[in-house]
Structure formats: structure tokens, C-alpha cells
Design a protein around this ligand. Sequence first.
Ligand SMILES: *[C@@H]1O[C@H](CO)[C@@H](O)[C@H](O)[C@H]1NC(C)=O
Ligand SMILES: *[C@@H]1O[C@H](CO)[C@@H](O)[C@H](O)[C@H]1NC(C)=O
Ligand SMILES: *[C@@H]1O[C@H](CO)[C@@H](O)[C@H](O)[C@H]1NC(C)=O
Ligand SMILES: *[C@@H]1O[C@H](CO)[C@@H](O)[C@H](O)[C@H]1NC(C)=O
Ligand SMILES: *[C@@H]1O[C@H](CO)[C@@H](O)[C@H](O)[C@H]1NC(C)=O
Length: 314
Amino acid sequence: MGLGISPGLLMLVAFFWLPWLSDVGAQSTGSARALDALLQDYAYQAFKALNKPKTGIPYDGAVPLNLTGIGISALRLRSGSLRSRGVTMYKEFEIPKGVVVTPYVERLIFVYQNLGNLSSVYYPLPGYAYLAPVLGLLPYDASNLSATNLPELHINASDKPISIKFQGVSSVPAGSVAKCVWFDLDGFPNFSNAVSGNICSTAQQGHFGIVVESNAPAPSPPPSVVPSPSGGEKGGTSKVWIIVGSVVGGLALLVLLAFLVLWLRKYKRRKKMQQMEKAAEVGEALRMTSVGNTKAPAAMVTRTQPIIENEYMP
Ligand SMILES: *[C@@H]1O[C@H](CO)[C@@H](O)[C@H](O)[C@H]1NC(C)=O
Ligand SMILES: *[C@@H]1O[C@H](CO)[C@@H](O)[C@H](O)[C@H]1NC(C)=O
Ligand SMILES: *[C@@H]1O[C@H](CO)[C@@H](O)[C@H](O)[C@H]1NC(C)=O
Ligand SMILES: *[C@@H]1O[C@H](CO)[C@@H](O)[C@H](O)[C@H]1NC(C)=O
Ligand SMILES: *[C@@H]1O[C@H](CO)[C@@H](O)[C@H](O)[C@H]1NC(C)=O
């Protein structure tokens, strides 16, 4: 049988694989959450390792080798001081006074993340290109420096927003406009206009990026603080894997379908045979005759009588 690859079959394949493909997107936010937890742990460890860590001073931490390219830092603050004074400058973040932390804690630690060349791995944004690495600012309770898997605290800068001055921003291609993107803790992106050139603002914790739509001419990679030449490349590789995965999966599905069709045909044929046998038993049955102990079908007696050729004379 000719199992031609009909458009219908292809659509069926696509139908089965689309949910899997959209899962890939969901997985990346899952890994971003796991990364947050890991970086909180590493930032706290670095802070705790100090002899007498000071409140109000940022301390850089080290990440495991498999995350080379990511920068982290920890800054401990009293929540009262955060509210009444703010922080003049914490890396790229300028935190004004009036920021409220909920639920209430006496001291908090702001874990800072610079995702460097892994930005588009953990925060893929199809249709956009990052002009600078994605930054994270996540507050946690500072009461136990050994704690892991801490829940993030919530901050609300309702008086005056927190500003983010992105460093080493690539030049914006002519004709396009830089946009700010804020990812909430579920990895959900929300776009807004830049306050000016390379400055974005936020009232909340989360991850932040500055982007342009990528159908515009590709921007040169950011010559950033953290060595980060090829953020897009990893995204490209994962895209390739998605395509390879779908093709292999699609083929497997085709083979499965072919087997199903073959099996159905075989099943139908067997059914038909059974019906024919039944019909034969009920209807004009073959006469059985005994050959020794077993019964065997015997032909009817009537036969074309042999005619001797000689008798047949014209
Ligand atoms: C990187 O290494 C750390 C510690 O060895 C491990 O806990 C983590 O799961 C690894 N992360 C990735 C993304 O491989
Ligand atoms: C990111 O940059 C670091 C340091 O240059 C490098 O070791 C790492 O392989 C890079 N990662 C990716 C995914 O490009
Ligand atoms: C701090 O957290 C660690 C790890 O979760 C836990 O073993 C320890 O008991 C905690 N210490 C306090 C004082 O809560
Ligand atoms: C932040 O605080 C303001 C003023 O108290 C309130 O109106 C607003 O809803 C809060 N926003 C969030 C996201 O909690
Ligand atoms: C995204 O931002 C806009 C403008 O600040 C706001 O109205 C909207 O509710 C936000 N969406 C989400 C999902 O937070």
C-alpha cells in the first residue's frame, strides 16, 4: 500500500506536536525559577562567608562553573532604612525612598542577578533582541543566611519608581525604538516605554531587560560588564533542537500511524476470513469424510464424466 504523506496526515502530526512545542516555552520559565533559587543560595553563601558582613554594602558572589557568565550580588538592608532612605545606587538599580516590603521583615537581602550571555536562555523573547543583559532584583528575608528555597518578598515603590540604568547598551538600530520589558515571577513579560535612552523603571521586584524588535536589523552584541557575546546563539541552538525534536517526533508518529493502518487492514482481512469460514459452515458445507480417525472434506460425487475422445467422432 502506498502511504503517501498527505497534507491531512501532516496536519495531524502538527496537531499532536504543537502542545509539546508550547511546553518548551513553559519549561524555560520553570528553569528560570530554579535559577532564582540557586542564585539566592549562592548569593547568601557568599554573604555568609564574610567575616562580618555589613548592612548596606553590596557583596558580589560567585556562581557555579556551569553558570559562568552570570553575575550575582547581595545587599542587606533594614526594611525601615529602605523605606526612609532608599539606596542611592545598587549596581544598575536606583532605589528611591518610600519602598514598602511585604510581608514585613526586619532585614531583607536584595539578590541582584546579571544574566549575561544566558539572558535569552532563561528569558527567551521571540521577536525581540536584548540590547543589554537581563537583570534581576529579588528581595528575600535576611533572618537566616543558611536558608534555601526562600520565597521572594514583595516590594512596592508606589511613591517614586525604582530606575534601572542599563550599562553597555548596544546602539538601537535606526528606525526602531528601545523598549523595556519586565518579567514577573511567573516569567510573564510586560513591555513599557523606556524612561529615556537606557533607563527603565519599575515599582516591583522581578527581572528586567531592554529590547528592540528583532525583525529590525540585528543590533551588535552588548559589550557588557559581564563577558557576553552570544546570547542569541544559545537561543538559536535550542530552536534547532526544537525543530529536530519535532521532525523526529513527527516521523515517529508517521511510523506509528503506518503501523496502525497496517494493523487495521490485517484485522479487517482476518475478520473477513472468519466470516467466510462461518458462511461456509452454515451454508453449502463441504461433505466430510472419514480418513482414518480424522475428518476431511470430500468432493461431491458428481463430476464431469470422462469422455473418451475416440467416441467423440464428428
Ligand atoms: C549547576 O551546578 C549547580 C551546582 O553544581 C547545580 O545545583 C545546578 O543544578 C546546575 N545548574 C545547571 C543549569 O546545570
Ligand atoms: C558565557 O560566557 C562565559 C564567559 O565568557 C563562557 O564561559 C560561557 O561558555 C558562555 N556561555 C554561553 C552559553 O555562551
Ligand atoms: C536556617 O535554615 C536552615 C536551612 O533551611 C535550617 O536548617 C536552620 O534550622 C535555619 N535556622 C534557623 C535559626 O531558623
Ligand atoms: C502599591 O502601593 C499602593 C499604595 O499603597 C497601592 O495603591 C498599590 O495597589 C500597590 N501595588 C501593588 C502591586 O501592591
Ligand atoms: C502590564 O503593564 C501595564 C502598564 O503598566 C498594566 O496596565 C498591565 O496590567 C500589566 N500587565 C500585567 C500582566 O501585569
